[in-house]
Design a protein around this ligand. Structure first.
Ligand code: 3PG
Length: 391
């Protein structure tokens, strides 16, 4: 795929699709990671004297101009990060957008209002895609987080405006795509989170590629049930027990080291204040539920990760938002950060856990994608990446 360095951007109007879908609380951005992640691309374009037109969605306003979904706070935050003014246009197409674009000088930055204020964005409407394309002379996709969506600004637009990959998208392709397509070995995947059903395709796709597969979090309970152990009142997806059993079988047939928790921290209620204790994986009693992996599992997982050359981690090991059940997730965060390997962390919860652990700077790549990184790990082709101009 072509990258921004392969095109001439000087004095050109450049449409840049970014993913500024950031969390907001009463109009204040609570995490600006996604904005900061696009700075390399924006700085490069500024240095080269491009006229930069940024476009993004925010939330799911479903085609309505709902004020709580305005991108204005993102323009302000970006301006603080760049140390220069960022212009804002109240609409992403039409006269308003065109006039705002006309005033741009080389190196200027403009942010357009929420693309999803137009329902044609999600419908991948051709006229809308054409209207967006007409604003610019070249296009850049730096919105990995939304590249799994065949939306007008991501996919449709490329029929009218060739798009190349920005630095962030290039990095996501290199690391997340690299793990799926040409991993370094030995390769380990750590999959956690509440439900097996959310991660089945990720597990099925990665199972034949990894030497070590670690399963933790709520979804481990379904595997424990598949082994015939009691699960007390733990969350178990009964309709997925058979599937879990078949994955255990497949792992043994392919000599994949499938590691399930050997002990759990169990509680008598789903609350940080609940009574809790450590039990072995075959010892969950009635009335108790597994809310974290236990210390023996933490140790075994960390040991198994030590010799790895590549590690992908998606999903927490327990209910880490409750302090009493965060130790397993923190231990895995530490083991991943300390591994002498290419390490890739994806998925909102594991990213939050790694940030909280203070070890984020020791991870090779923290993905900015939620759904997008999951679909990538499932082995799916992402429409926004497929649509990029080839070399
Ligand atoms: C995300 O937050 O995962 C992306 O910005 C995509 O948002 P969406 O799920 O609303 O399409």
């Amino acid at each position: 795929k072509q990258t921004i360095e392969s095109i001439d951007v000087a004095n050109k109007r450049v449409f840049v699709r970014v993913d500024f879908n950031v969390p907001l609380k009463e109009g204040v951005i609570t995490d600006d990671t996604r904005i900061r992640a696009t700075l390399p691309t924006i700085n490069y374009l500024m240095e080269k004297g491009a006229k930069i037109i940024l476009a993004s969605h925010l939330g799911r306003p479903k085609g309505e101009r709902k004020p709580e979904f305005t991108l204005k706070p993102c323009a302000q935050r970006l301006s603080e990060l760049l140390g220069k003014p960022v212009a804002f246009a109240d609409d992403c197409v039409g006269e308003v957008a065109r006039k705002a674009v006309e005033t741009l000088e080389a190196g200027d930055v403009l942010l357009l209002e929420n693309l999803r204020y137009h329902k044609e964005e999600e419908k991948n409407g051709e006229e809308f895609a054409k209207a967006l394309a007409s604003l610019a002379e070249v296009g850049v996709n730096d919105a990995f987080g939304v590249s799994h969506r065949a939306h007008a600004s991501v996919e449709g637009i490329t029929k009218f405006l060739p798009m190349v990959a920005g630095y962030l998208l290039e990095k996501e392709i290199k690391y997340v795509g690299g793990a799926v397509e040409h991993p370094e070995h030995p390769f380990a995947a750590i999959i956690g989170g509440a439900k097996v059903s959310d991660k089945i395709e990720v597990i099925s796709n990665l199972l034949p590629k990894v030497e070590v597969l670690i399963i933790g979090g709520g979804m481990a309970n379904t595997f424990i049930a598949a082994k015939g152990y009691p699960t007390g009142s733990s969350l178990v997806e009964t309709d997925k027990i058979e599937l879990a059993a078949s994955l255990i079988k497949k792992a043994s047939e392919t000599n994949t080291n499938l590691l399930l928790p050997t002990d759990f921290v169990v509680a008598d209620a789903f609350s940080n204040e609940a009574n809790h204790k450590v039990v072995s994986a075959d010892g969950i009693e009635d009335g108790w539920m597994a809310l974290d992996i236990g210390p023996a599992s933490q140790k075994a997982f960390a040991e198994a990760l030590k010799p790895m050359k590549m590690i992908v981690w998606n999903g927490p090991m327990g209910v880490f938002e409750m302090d009493n059940f965060a130790a397993g997730t923190n231990a895995v965060a530490k083991a991943v950060a300390e591994a002498n390997a290419t390490t890739i962390v994806g998925g909102g919860d594991s990213v939050a856990a790694i940030e909280k652990s203070g070890l984020a700077n020791r991870i090779s790549h923290i993905s900015t994608g939620g759904g997008a990184s999951l679909e990538y790990l499932e082995g799916k082709a992402l429409p926004g990446i497929v649509a990029l101009a080839d070399k």
